[in-house]
Design a protein around this ligand. Structure first.
Ligand code: ZN
Length: 125
């Protein structure tokens, strides 16, 4: 898809809406491979020069998401990619698979998720 200011705004609005529904802090969004290469290397480590291959990449540790707008063919794929990446943010412990895909489908269907809480170690006193 062609990245123009309208599409950029539309993407950022959707990220805002889904982030709210998924109870996650809104991630920083990169929309071009140039932005990925220009970002601090420690933020995009591991998926820097290979990012162009994917529709989207989540950099979980840095709350950063790359949406490869130019590679994405249509609106439906864009919506899928946005939700896919934000599900990674909400369920950071979950790998790709049936359960992951189910959550993506629910997310696309408008489901809301309560905040993710890391289990904290309880120290005995
Ligand atoms: Zn993924």
């Amino acid at each position: 898809m062609k990245l123009d200011p309208d599409l950029k705004l539309q993407i950022l609005e959707k990220v805002g809406i889904y982030s709210n529904r998924f109870s996650i802090p809104e991630p920083q969004i990169l929309l071009t491979t140039k932005e990925v290469l220009d970002a601090p290397k420690e933020m995009t480590e591991g998926r820097r020069t290979s990012a162009y291959k994917y529709y989207g990449v989540s950099y979980l540790l840095h709350n950063l998401v790359f949406i490869n707008v130019r590679k994405i063919p249509d609106e439906k794929t864009l919506e899928n990619t946005l939700v896919h990446e934000l599900i990674h943010m909400r369920f950071p412990y979950l790998a790709h698979g049936k359960r992951f895909n189910k959550l993506v489908r629910r997310g696309l269907g408008g489901k809301t998720f309560p905040p993710y809480r890391k289990r904290s170690k309880i120290s005995a006193i």
